[in-house]
Design a protein around this ligand. Sequence first.
Ligand code: IMP
Ligand code: MG
Length: 179
Amino acid sequence: MNNVIVHDKEFKIFITRDEIRTRIMEMGIEVSNAFEERDPVFVAILNGSFMFAADMVRACKFDSELIFIKLASYEGTKSTGKMRVDLDFPYSLEGRDVIILEDIIDTGNTIKYIIDKIKEEHKPASVTMVSLLFKPDALGQKVPLDYIGFRIPNLFVVGYGLDYDGLGRTLPDIYQLVE
Ligand code: IMP
Ligand code: MG
């Protein structure tokens, strides 16, 4: 597959749409087996996870509620560490089994922030973390990582929902930055 240009940077193919689909099917079976009888509620974190969320909920065998919340911490290719809530929870998740859907865990700041917020403000029965990508080198927070699609090296990626300054999101495959 050809390299792509997003803004001023070049990216090369990293994880293909077929590899993504196969892995999400496996994760869907695991999550279904664990949650089928529990009536969980999915919480997808916009914008990055919209594509993953759409595929992940369809890979699960049960019908369920799906909530979108919107957080932002990234500028360009670096995490700023500051968190902004652009779209909050529409209703209380008290007593519910919550499954968070995230595109990628980098520093872990976003996920730590959201798990703390859910536990403090909603008193859920449980919180489970599902992330398509995980950068182990960058994890600066101790967070529960229940289901991980792919462990990847500490490199910047775009595609399949992930963006570089707003672009690259609509690519069906995942690409990595050519240094
Ligand atoms: P964290 O708070 O550092 O774990 O970063 C999480 C958020 O930053 C993710 O939800 C993504 O939206 C964004 N992010 C982290 N790494 C990348 C990347 O390699 N490409 C695009 N966005 C990323
Ligand atoms: Mg995200």
